[in-house]
Structure formats: structure tokens, C-alpha cells
Write a protein that binds this ligand. Structure first.
Ligand code: UDP
Length: 139
């Protein structure tokens, strides 16, 4: 059975441009309940660990630099079929390929600076959520 929680980050590009409110509106209107949320900033070590799967890719250095250059909003979201439904709401990694009505279509500017993260599995959702939030911060 698909899990009911996913983890998201509103990335530094979208925070810098003042899109926190707009993105949170799309998330809640999409039927997701906010379980936990904070404004925080990733360290270089955090970002290298978070994106370790991409460490051999040519864009890895740029990705770590981007993700650490300013604050992010980290949040845990709840909904039936959370991981897949949230990936649908955010749209394709490359905003040029993102469907109409998706968060990345509206707010992302490039394949790197693409406004939001969404976990790609229930297992990663649990790992990523637990990295940012203690149990008592989850409602
Ligand atoms: N990314 C990038 N260049 C690429 C592909 C990905 O800078 O060619 C960045 C982008 O910020 C993306 C993140 O690396 O969101 C993780 O990539 P992934 O393929 O896991 O995409 P996602 O799951 O975020 O859609």
C-alpha cells in the first residue's frame, strides 16, 4: 500500500523570489495537509548527503552550491498516495517539460533551479522527513 507522507523543500530560488506563499497555496489546494514545516538552510554537508545519489553527475557541484545559497522551506506533507500525487503536483524536473497546472510549470526557471523537491519513494520520504524533524515537531 502506498504511504501517506512525503517530504518537500521549497528551494532557494523560489524562496528568494517570494514564492513561499504561492507554492504553499498550491500544496494545500492540492489536498495535502502540512504535518511539519520550517524555514532552514542546508549546509554543504547536508546537501552532499541529500543528493549523494547524484555525486558522480556533472551537475553535482552546481546543485550543492544552489541548494546551500539561501534558506529553504522544509515540510512533511500528508495525503493518500502522497509520494506519487506530490510528484504529479510538482511536475517534471525540467520546467520546459512540466505539465500545465504544476508547481514547476509556474515557478521553476531551469532544470537546476526548479523551485521544489518532492521525495521519490516512501522510504526516502521517511528518511528525508526524519532528517529535518523530530517526532514532537510532526503534527
Ligand atoms: N538537477 C540538475 N540538472 C540536471 C538534473 C537535475 O541540476 O540535469 C537538479 C535539480 O535541482 C533536480 C535535482 O538535481 O531537482 C535532483 O534531480 P532528480 O533527477 O532527482 O529530479 P527530481 O526528483 O528533483 O525531479
Amino acid at each position: 500500500m502506498a504511504g501517506t507522507r512525503t517530504f518537500t523543500m521549497i528551494k532557494p530560488d523560489a524562496v528568494e523570489k517570494g514564492h513561499i506563499g504561492g507554492i504553499l497555496n498550491m500544496i494545500t489546494e492540492g489536498g495535502f495537509r502540512i504535518v511539519a514545516m520550517k524555514l532552514t538552510q542546508l549546509t554543504v554537508a547536508d546537501a552532499q548527503q541529500f543528493y549523494a545519489i547524484h555525486k558522480e553527475r556533472p551537475f553535482f557541484g552546481e546543485l550543492v552550491e544552489f541548494m546551500t545559497r539561501g534558506p529553504i522551506v522544509a515540510a512533511i506533507l500528508e495525503k493518500d498516495n502522497a509520494v506519487d500525487d506530490f510528484r504529479t503536483l510538482i511536475g517534471a524536473t525540467n520546467p520546459a517539460e512540466a505539465a500545465e497546472g504544476t508547481i514547476r510549470k509556474k515557478y521553476a526557471t531551469s532544470i537546476g533551479e526548479n523551485a521544489v523537491h518532492g521525495s521519490d519513494s516512501d522510504e526516502n520520504a521517511a528518511i528525508e522527513g526524519a532528517f529535518h524533524f523530530a517526532g514532537r515537531e510532526q503534527f
